[in-house]
Design a binder for this molecule. Structure first.
Ligand code: PGA
Length: 253
């Protein structure tokens, strides 16, 4: 049976009150969740504790959008994995292209975070993806392979405990999602790269697509063999569209 993860990346949106409002709206629209379609929301750090209170024992997972790899100390402005765990999170997004391009995150830093997350028992969602320039130059798969090799260095059989999100940079927040053919090609290639590097254990790794996913295009993406869900920005901030996307995934399990 195919496994899905539908993850909302709220980015730097919502405050304490609107976090609860949005979660309550999602819950009011959808109360039954399939074991094969895990649902995750990733609000800003400052709202995680409130989100945890609002979600209580509901079958919606909570995640952070970033973390630091050191456990504690003089790292002003950073957030440790124990802090994230104490807010009720079980997922952490790392390597988002906005973190790479705006905040200088390198594959080495992402690899440090990845190892720390795996040691903490949380589930990392590692984002990778090519820029428009790299795609135009025909370097998409070289770039993806480089990101896979360097950011996933040293995790071996723990490959099955991580989630990979393929997010072409040119599709994020632009309203221009990758076409069905582009998603299919990239995800098949990624599965092949993961299998080559980690062996058949990598068949268990969930590979999400991200970049302008909407309630309209979700169906054409979720039906693809090597797509296990989506990392959703803008469309996760509206309860109706987020729930429609979750329901769409349920058609394919
Ligand atoms: P988007 O963002 O759905 O708004 O394009 C996706 C992401 O950045 O994870």
């Amino acid at each position: 049976m195919k496994q899905f993860l539908i993850a909302g990346n709220w980015k730097m949106n919502t405050d304490i009150n609107s976090t609860s409002d949005l979660l309550e709206s999602i819950w009011n629209l959808k109360k039954n969740y399939s074991n094969s379609v895990q649902v995750l929301v990733c609000p800003p750090f400052t709202n995680l504790s409130q989100a945890n209170k609002t979600l209580q024992d509901k079958p919606i997972h909570l995640g952070a959008q970033n973390c630091y790899w050191e456990p504690k100390g003089a790292f002003t402005g950073e957030i440790s994995l124990d802090m994230i765990k104490s807010c009720g999170c079980n997922y952490v997004i790392i390597g988002h292209s906005e973190r790479r391009s705006l905040f200088g995150e390198t594959n080495q830093m992402i690899n440090n975070k990845l190892h720390a997350i795996l040691s903490s028992g949380l589930i990392p969602i590692v984002c990778i993806g090519e820029t428009l320039e790299e795609r135009r130059e025909g370097r998409t798969f070289v770039v993806l392979e480089e990101q896979i090799v360097n950011s996933l260095e040293g995790i071996d059989e723990k490959i099955q405990d991580i989630v990979v999100a393929y997010e072409p940079v040119w599709a994020i927040g632009t309203g221009v999602a990758a076409t069905e053919e582009q998603v299919d090609e990239a995800h098949n290639k990624l599965r092949e790269m993961l299998n080559n590097k980690f062996g058949s254990t990598a068949n268990k790794t969930l590979i999400l697509y991200g970049g302008s996913v909407t309630s309209e295009n979700a169906d054409s993406i979720f039906k693809l063999t090597n797509v296990n869900g989506a990392l959703i920005g803008g469309a996760s901030l509206k309860a109706e569209t987020f729930v429609t996307i979750i329901n769409t995934a349920e058609k394919y399990v």
